[in-house]
Design a protein around this ligand. Structure first.
Ligand code: ATP
Length: 472
């Protein structure tokens, strides 16, 4: 019997193979192992090698899996994943698959995914059915705190707890791509909904808002459109820089904004630039955007990137050595999206080639995944990285102290400065603590000699060199 169920599973795999590319099959389906099938419970149990593979299957292939299971095992078959969370200790966890209809991680009611907002001439019924369009994966729990996001995160929490009642209205958050704006504004919405389930929270991208508005003009339902938005308690609009030239959309938003603001409703706006740089927007709107709290989300620094990566690895059951985590964090130029891409690629490589994730693999993957910064290095960049590596300050390096730690940093910085900049020794000496050119020459030859005999020192220097690939 087991054999015949295993054969049915093989048949499923055969059908899947016909529906995905060879690479996709190799990466996501070949590693799945048949465990058992219970006729009584109509439950198929399969083993997946990591939580990451499970998540990926659930996110992208749950529909396909459901179809082939129905074909081969019959209707209403339940799928359970046995997820290996710790290979070394043979620990796994069983998780039931989502229904295909639930795969979208939103608080979704299906009709709400169309372009049109849920407008109802009967306000009461419209009010009950609002879909917040939030991404439930983006919460405060998995929004890691660091220096670059401490303020916006804290403010966000407080808004979620007291929407519309704090001085932070509107809350305008801006920052470069991939630094966590969408995650943060979503987390506010999710938290707010948790505390106040009755509140009408809505996340909408500026583009979707614009499409809805244009639709409403075409269908002559602009009043309904405005009425609908005026019923929202917490309105979150993402990427508002996209409205820069959409005059009519902006005029309409102005009315909605004013109404919500006057009636004590919370408005949260995210953009890739501060209000002053939103060209094309009228002053009456800009002054309103600025009247609450404008907070910048900076690019995460290396420590925050490392914390985000470590958390992700822990969650996905991935074992990645700390030096590899540091290397990825330093190379990804402060974009968390890039970081995640690198981790996903590493995971895929290690599954396909059945190898450990180590520095060599990381270097190979990162070249394809991340745009490496090619700006020429300055002595200042070098000092920054070397000091960071040895945990000393530039003041220590510039001082006259002969403390061993400071001397090493001085010598290594001079060595790299000579290797990577075209500057003469005298200039390098001037920039590194005002030393003369003979000190620079002596330092370089000391480092070179030590490199020939001290392997650990060589690895240390390679690790610093890797960090040069990142932006400041
Ligand atoms: N502090 C953080 N902790 C955990 N994950 C984070 C953090 N910051 C960003 N991320 C993750 O990085 C990815 C990119 O973040 P997000 O989409 O929020 O960036 P963004 O600033 O909105 O970018 P864009 O402007 O390009 O839309 C997401 O997967 C998000 O979960």
């Amino acid at each position: 019997m087991v054999d015949s169920h295993k054969m049915l599973w093989d048949k499923c795999l055969g059908m899947i193979k016909d529906n995905v590319t060879e690479q996709q099959f190799k990466t996501w389906f070949a590693p799945i192992g048949f465990e058992s099938y219970s006729v009584a419970n109509k439950t198929l149990l399969v083993q997946v090698p990591s939580p990451y593979v499970y998540e990926y299957l659930e996110q992208y292939y749950v529909g396909l899996l459901s179809k082939v299971l129905t074909r081969c095992f019959g209707t209403n078959v339940r799928l359970t994943y046995r997820i290996v969370t710790d290979k070394a200790h043979n620990i796994s966890q069983d998780v039931e698959a989502d229904e295909p209809a639930e795969i979208e991680q939103t608080v979704a009611a299906p009709q709400a995914r169309s372009n049109r907002p849920q407008v109802s001439s009967n306000a009461a019924s419209g009010l009950r059915n609002l879909n917040p369009q939030l991404n439930l994966r983006h919460t405060f729990n998995n929004y890691i705190e660091g220096n670059s996001n401490k303020l916006p995160r804290t403010v966000g929490m407080s808004i979620a707890e007291h929407p519309g009642r704090s001085a932070f209205n509107p809350f305008y958050v801006y920052g470069p791509s991939g630094c966590g704006k969408t995650h943060l504004v979503n987390a506010i919405g999710v938290k707010c909904k948790e505390i106040y389930p009755e509140k009408r929270v809505l996340y909408v991208s500026a583009r979707l808002f614009q499409v809805q508005f244009t639709d409403s003009v075409r269908h002559n339902t602009t009043n309904d459109f405005i009425n609908f938005y005026q019923t929202i308690d917490v309105l979150i609009v993402d990427d508002i820089q996209e409205w820069a030239t959409a005059t009519r959309t902006l005029d309409t938003f102005f009315h909605i904004f004013d109404h919500l603001f006057r009636t004590g409703k919370q408005i949260i706006l995210a953009s890739d630039r501060p209000p002053v740089e939103l060209q094309g927007m009228k002053d009456r709107l800009l002054t309103r955007f600025k009247c609450g709290l404008t907070a910048e989300l900076e690019k995460p620094n290396t420590q925050l990137c490392m914390d985000i990566l470590s958390t992700k690895c822990r969650r996905d059951g991935l074992k990645i050595p700390v030096d590899v985590i540091r290397f990825i964090a330093e190379t990804a130029n402060g974009s968390v999206r890039d970081l995640e891409g690198v981790i996903n690629s590493l995971m895929a490589y290690s599954v396909v080639y059945n190898c450990n994730i180590d520095m060599r693999l990381a270097e190979r993957v990162i070249k394809r995944a991340v745009k490496i910064d090619n700006h020429p290095l300055t002595v200042d960049d070098i000092l920054d990285k070397v000091c960071n590596h040895y945990n000393v300050t530039q003041q220590n390096v510039f001082s006259r102290s002969r403390k061993r730690d400071y001397v090493i940093v001085r010598q290594v910085s001079m060595y790299f400065a000579q290797k990577y900049t075209k500057m003469p020794a005298s200039r390098i000496g001037q920039l590194i603590g005002n030393r003369d050119h003979s000190t620079v020459i002596h330092s370089c030859s000391t480092v070179e000699k030590r490199l020939k005999v001290d392997k650990a020192f060589g690895e240390e220097l390679s690790s610093i060199e890797n960090s040069f690939k990142l932006k400041k």
